[in-house]
Design a protein around this ligand. Sequence first.
Ligand code: HEC
Length: 195
Amino acid sequence: MNPIARPILTAAGLYLLTGLTPALASADDPMTEEAKQIVKEFAGQLLSELNAALESSGPVGAIAVCNERAPAIAAELGESSGWEVGRTSLKTRNTLLNTPDAWEMQVLESFETRLADGQPIDTLARAEVVEDERGRVFRFMKAIPTAELCLACHGEHIAEPVLEVLDEHYPDDRARGFKVGDIRGAFTLSKPLSD
Ligand code: HEC
């Protein structure tokens, strides 16, 4: 953020801009900014690789991008930034990797409530400092909207050849039946704070 602009961004202004809880989204919150930047990179990279794979090899071929590239991109971004980076959902496909913990579950549920209350999906985010076994940890989540192109693999009418591959790889798949505008899941980031 431009440092000159910073003093005039009040906590309330930031709340309106980001949908973050006012207590946490103070104007001096470089960690939230950092987390949002990583989410932007993660989402952008995923989407461009997914689009390219869908174009060149259709949904069956593109499943590998989600399966291999999503965790790999998350790991690369995590390594270069010091954040733990991942994705989660109330209805997971990869239960082993993406099942929400208690904090994530509660945030995902609050996103559903906020969406039902009329908040725009792209403003659904939450930043919080929590205590866990790592000590004090800064955590950040941002909702992932379901777009048209997601429906080939997460929608209500998934083509038979795609279903076959999904069934084979993900016997516990719950990430189906989504509609455009639903919350597909969330990016989830955390970073231990040094005291
Ligand atoms: C080509 C098929 C395909 C398309 C298209 C697709 N996904 Fe996925 N998605 C998958 C697969 C496969 C996984 C499991 C990835 C893994 O094993 O980590 C997945 C996992 C996810 C997850 C992680 C949570 C979970 O359920 O395990 C999210 C979030 C997600 N997808 C969102 C999206 C969004 C948003 C779009 C559209 C922009 C999209 N996906 C498009 C196949 C797809």
